[in-house]
Design a protein around this ligand. Sequence first.
Ligand code: GRF
Length: 210
Amino acid sequence: MKRYVILISGRGSNMEAMLAADLPGRCAAVISNRPGATGLAYAAGRGVATAVIDHQAYPERAAFDAALAAEIDRHAPDLVVLAGFMRVLGDDFVRRYQGGMLNIHPSLLPSFPGLKTHEAALAAGVRLHGATVHFVTPTLDCGPIVIQAAVPVLAGDTAEALAARVLEQEHRIYPQAVRWFLEGRLRLADGRVRLEGEATTAGALVAPAG
Ligand code: GRF
């Protein structure tokens, strides 16, 4: 059975969705860079080991990355899952786990990388917004895409309303992507996503409907 470690910074609702999904692997630990991350209590309550590597204790990013890597490696995971982990990781760290580290980003990448994606989507006037799970590579929010979900942007949407609609989809697609990896069906080969045995979905989502 494959092992995975989840990295969080706060609420941890994606982590909750994953732990509740009964995935075919063992969550070896949940690690936060913030001592106050509320998701830690949920993980501990489910009997998952938790750890904090407080980024504020490390003035140098490289030292933080090294401490984080040491904690991760203690659990010997096959997969590192970034779930609302809000620290930028250095190139060396990313290369160490390349092909074995996933992230979820609240936009349809490559649109709206970085922060405040829902505000940016509203400002741009896009009609479709969504979420993306991707392999992590050194360029932020740019790695090979595994799965995306689109939601319509509705008249009168606020960033909060849109974020909630997107989050619901995050909780569907992230456990799905992790499940594929744990089943050995998802991997990165020559910089491209290889997914075995998944039927392609027909049709397109268009909003507003003509
Ligand atoms: C999610 O929207 C995730 O995509 C983004 O930060 C949020 C984290 O939420 N990177 P949670 O901690 O999983 O509840």
